[in-house]
Design a protein around this ligand. Structure first.
Ligand code: OGA
Ligand code: NI
Length: 363
């Protein structure tokens, strides 16, 4: 197992700038060693590893946002559902969220076109410079993680200070700009609901600038010849306030709850919302940032678009810690304050699958 030079193989893979899709296009039938994850347990029950058991009966709530501003009663009901989902699961889906179906379909198609265009054009975006606003690569944590994931990603920092339109890949530029605008608006609505669910005034989290920035990670998971030996995305929590995720019909997204992996079944028209580490920190553990992962699959490509609400590595100095209004003698602060940039850079330096970064910000 160790008689190969992992560092050299990582470099060689990275230098192709063709990502995982490049391997699949080359017709490989075995996944390269750098992708092999020693102990992946999928859905089979395994008494030695309770981690691996998955409960098909549990489903995260689907919250209907229709008529959210119609009357106080309707809104309070929605806020209750959101609060319960955030305290129990850290995950929920929303429908009637205001992002039109055709905008979501076009976004997925745009990501597909970007990845399936000729390599020469795509390679121009290939970079590991995470200070760039737009870059494409495979495995942001290629050199940190224990095993690489079966996934390529286009990252676009859309707010604040968006890239100029000609910095975005032409082949999916319109799709990104449109989707970004709709998802920004939905993000504000979600943030109001989250604030209300914490018992704060509606604009509390908005005023704290939790929706000041968002970045869009468009993932492309090529079909995998040996899906039992690697991951699509290794288990992790998200280093943001919350994430709005659009996934296609393939499936494979799971989150971890009470020693079980729970499937988040694709649902046409729905968007998945999950809380990130920074909201767990702000809420002083009232809300959960749940671990999740994506299984690799024989079938593909699978496409997903994750919109992270946070300013990423942009140089803003605002400090975030447990919200004062939520604290009391019985509920003292559990976390130190941090800037978003400090948190994200710490998280990125460790890569997916490491000890959860949030633990290192506990007092
Ligand atoms: C992520 C993520 C899930 C998916 O980008 O952090 O968890 O379905 N993505 O791609
Ligand atoms: Ni995630």
């Amino acid at each position: 197992m160790v008689d190969y030079d992992r560092a050299e193989e990582l470099k060689a893979f990275d230098n192709t700038k063709a990502g995982v899709k490049g391997l699949v296009d080359a017709g490989i039938v075995h996944i390269p060693e750098i992708f092999v994850t020693p102990s992946i347990k999928k859905n089979e029950f395994n008494a030695q590893n309770l981690d691996s058991c998955s409960n098909v009966n549990v489903q995260i709530p689907v919250i209907d946002l229709e008529d959210i501003n119609k009357d106080d009663f309707r809104r309070r009901r929605i806020v209750e559902e959101v609060g319960e989902a955030c305290e129990t699961w850290g995950f929920f889906q929303v429908v009637n969220h205001g992002v039109p179906q055709h905008i979501m379909d076009e976004m997925i198609r745009g990501v597909r076109s970007f990845n399936e265009q000729p390599n020469e054009t795509k390679m121009e975006f290939y970079s590991r410079d995470d200070m760039k606003k737009v870059f494409f690569n495979s495995n942001f944590d290629l050199y940190q993680s224990k095993a690489a994931d079966w996934r390529d990603t286009l990252a676009c920092l859309m707010a604040p200070n968006p890239p100029s339109s000609d910095e975005l890949p032409e082949i999916c530029r319109e799709e990104l700009l449109q989707y970004s605008e709709y998802v920004r608006k939905l993000g504000q609505t979600i943030l109001e609901l989250l604030a209300e669910a914490l018992g704060l005034k509606s604009n509390h989290l908005l005023e704290m600038e939790c929706a000041k920035g968002h970045f869009i990670l468009s993932h492309y998971y090529p079909p995998c010849p040996e899906p039992d030996r690697t991951n699509g995305t290794t288990k992790h929590t998200d280093p943001d306030f919350f994430t709005i995720l659009l996934q296609d019909h393939i499936g494979g997204l799971q989150f971890y709850h009470q020693n079980q992996w729970i499937d988040i079944h694709p649902m046409t028209g729905a968007l998945v919302i999950n809380l990130g580490d920074l909201l767990q920190l702000l809420s002083n553990d009232k809300f959960k940032s749940a671990e999740h992962r994506v299984l690799a699959n024989h079938i593909g490509p699978r496409i997903s678009v994750a919109c992270f609400f946070a300013t990423y590595l942009q140089p803003f100095d605002r400090l975030y810690g447990p919200i004062k209004e939520l604290l009391s003698n019985e509920n003292p602060p559990l976390y130190k304050e941090t800037t978003v940039r400090n948190y994200v850079s710490y998280y990125n330096s460790k890569g997916l699958g490491a000890r959860p970064s949030l633990l290192d910000f506990r007092l």
